[in-house]
Design a protein around this ligand. Structure first.
Ligand SMILES: C[S@@+](CC[C@H](N)C(=O)[O-])C[C@H]1O[C@@H](n2cnc3c(N)ncnc32)[C@H](O)[C@@H]1O
Length: 321
């Protein structure tokens, strides 16, 4: 694998793909999934029927959702897979072995002009900034296609991310991990005979309102909010606190530090999704820019689960003349 570039929120994604978290931050099989599967199945079947040797790039591929769709139709096709996160590509190789993987910033791609027949991206290229769409278009060969599913500003996923981000921010504002750390430290010191019951009581009194605050957040937001991370935090703290004497202090400290990193990375990921989402006007302007590079005009579509729900994705499909 090769590597280039830099990007603001990429570390939060790399933490996600590295899998240091104990629970998934988002689940496969959400309400939008059937829409996405249908979109790619239709597009890929048509394209691969026309050209079985299609040069396909899965841009900001993550662990290879689009690559997986390609492989379902053409198991032997080798896909170019590019993501900023090395760990995403490691995971992609585990799920879909044998593809060509490149670590790179989608804003500055290490591929030649007009070298790819199908540049595809699902909720990916826009993380490198809106101009990365123009950079992606640069790679498309004459007769080739740019096919992007993009986050919609104020759309269904946007709303969900906003809520998750706000919940995680509210938990961080409770300072629960630092207060838990003091309470655990005082508890261990009490058990070791190096602190008084009064010291422990004070630490516990400071910690209790944060626990109540977390309970309140969970009551209001439900157990599955933010990928279940707040619920896990609550259950783990309660379990360790009840069974404190069964734990090594270093183990608890390590857990608290890991959880703080989890919350930060989760917040960063949610924020990156919000920042990446595109309003219609901005996307129409980008579409015009791509058209000026020799692509045929095509309508901007949005994918929607039903008539009453906000859009789940912009579907931008443009062909180069
Ligand atoms: C929402 S995930 C989507 C992954 C995959 N396309 C999918 O549909 O499951 C966004 C992906 O963009 C990647 N990413 C974020 N910033 C990037 C950048 N500047 N350049 C390339 N990839 C980036 C992340 O590592 C992550 O894998």
């Amino acid at each position: 694998m090769t590597g280039t570039g830099s990007a603001g929120f990429a570390p939060a994604w790399d933490t996600y793909w590295r899998g240091t978290r104990e629970n998934a931050a988002h689940k496969e099989g959400g309400v939008q999934e059937a829409l996405l599967v249908e979109f790619w199945r239709e597009l890929l079947q048509t394209q691969l029927a026309r050209n079985p040797d299609l040069r396909v790039l899965d841009l900001a591929c993550g662990n290879g959702a689009v690559t997986g769709f390609v492989r379902q139709i053409s198991p032997a096709l080798v896909v170019h897979c590019c993501d900023y996160s090395l760990h995403a590509l490691v995971e992609l190789e585990r799920r879909h072995p044998g593809n060509l993987r490149v670590v790179a910033d989608a804003a500055r791609l290490p591929y030649a002009d007009a070298s790819i027949d199908l540049v595809a991206s699902q909720y990916g290229v826009e993380y490198a900034g809106a101009d990365a769409i123009v950079e992606a278009a640069r790679l498309v060969a004459p007769g080739g296609t740019l096919a992007l599913l993009l986050h919609v500003s104020e759309g269904a996923i946007y709303r969900e991310c906003e809520r998750n981000r706000d919940v995680v921010n509210a938990i961080r504002a409770l300072d629960i991990l630092a207060l838990a750390r003091s309470a655990f430290a005082a508890g261990f010191a009490l058990n070791a005979g190096t602190a008084t019951p009064e010291t422990f009581k004070q630490a516990e009194q400071a910690f209790t309102p944060a626990v109540r605050g977390l309970e309140e957040i969970l009551r209001e937001a439900g157990p599955t909010v933010a990928g279940g991370l707040p619920g896990q935090l609550y259950r783990d703290i309660a379990h360790m606190y009840r069974k404190m004497s069964a734990y090594d202090p270093a183990e608890i400290l390590g857990w608290l530090e890991g959880m703080a990193r989890e919350l930060d990375a989760y917040q960063g990921r949610m924020q990156s999704m919000l920042d990446a989402a595109l309003p219609r006007d901005q996307l129409l302007a980008l579409q015009a820019e791509v058209q000026a590079m020799g692509f045929a005009a095509s309508p901007l579509r949005s994918l929607t689960v039903n008539d009453h729900s906000p859009a789940a994705a912009w579907a931008l499909v443009m062909q180069r003349r």
